[in-house]
Design a protein. Structure first.
Length: 91
């Protein structure tokens, strides 16, 4: 249910990293790894499932918003996530 803005002590701008600021040009990342990076965590950080679900709420819109700057690679198996990386001239 929506809440009034006055319920919150502080409101922050909704600024996200650009794809170039977040990702290394020679690496491909799963959406789970991107979710961790958006929070300043190591891409391999261990998280509880509930925490990871919350972080995905940030990562999925970020991927969609930055889609023009990204390339996609197929997952290695049907039950695994795909990979995202920066577009580059060499590939």
């Amino acid at each position: 249910m929506p809440r009034p803005k006055s319920d919150f002590e502080q409101l922050h701008p909704c600024d996200f990293y650009t794809a170039e600021e977040l990702l290394k040009t020679d690496q491909m990342y799963t959406v789970y790894e991107i979710a961790r990076l958006l929070q300043g965590l190591d891409p391999d950080a261990e998280l509880e499932a509930e925490t990871e679900d919350i972080l995905l709420d940030w990562a999925i819109p970020w991927v969609m918003n930055n889609a023009d700057d990204l390339v996609i690679a197929e997952p290695e198996a049907d039950d695994e996530p795909g990979y995202y990386g920066l577009k580059s001239d060499d590939r």
